[in-house]
Design a protein around this ligand. Sequence first.
Ligand SMILES: Nc1ncnc2c1ncn2[C@@H]1O[C@H](COP(=O)(O)OP(=O)(O)O)[C@@H](O)[C@H]1O
Ligand SMILES: [Mg+2]
Length: 242
Amino acid sequence: MSKLTINNISAGYGSVQVLHDVTLDVQTGETVVLLGTNGNGKSTLLKSVMGLITPSSGAVEIEVDGQITNLIGKGTEEIVELGVSMVPEGRRLFPLLTVEENLTLGAYREAARRKIAETLDFCFTTFPRLKERRKQQAGSLSGGEQQMVAVARALMSEPRILLVDEPSVGLAPILVSQMIAKIKELKELKNLTVLMAEQNFNQAIKIADRGYVIVHGHIEFEGKSASDLENNDMIKQYYLGA
Ligand SMILES: Nc1ncnc2c1ncn2[C@@H]1O[C@H](COP(=O)(O)OP(=O)(O)O)[C@@H](O)[C@H]1O
Ligand SMILES: [Mg+2]
């Protein structure tokens, strides 16, 4: 069991408030999409969960195998240790390090370090392309391959809760489809609980159980199911071009 609960968080940068009383949850085994166009606070929300920024108010709680932990005030390393990991927007790889070195760096969680060879093997089975290129510098890979490294690196810490920030950015449509399908496959294989930020509604809806729409740092709509999202007027207007 692994769930994430975000309650009324407000957060921002310096004096600029970006998130306003955001409440959202992801239950065990769900894939929940956080929909929003550029600059509406998706990354800020995911960074708040990872301890990369500290909310000014509200609560972020996880429950992993019956153990409830409040993440507010915890550092990112500790949060990773607790079983949360993130695929950041724009991949954020170490371009001069090899694929394998980038992946190994993802395994700093103590439990993960003990089974690093096994997890690396799993990543290479999942992404055979990365196995072929394990000794290649990450910066010399194509965009699609770099996104594979970013996802694989997040898996190296053996997370229970996975945050994925706009996996579709900068990828050709066919690669987006493959990446979205891969996230679903990984979720099922590894029993992950997934929160995915996306602005590509048509792709996200392929794997989302339900979702939220964030506008100017406010949750404007909560869709309780995929069809709930598809039938929402705001989504039709802004994401489906109706
Ligand atoms: N490091 C930062 N410093 C100051 N403002 C930021 C920073 N990062 C993001 N912002 C601002 O916060 C708002 C939300 O950004 P972000 O969370 O990145 O949105 P999204 O991920 O939905 O595109 C934007 O107005 C953006 O300019
Ligand atoms: Mg973003």
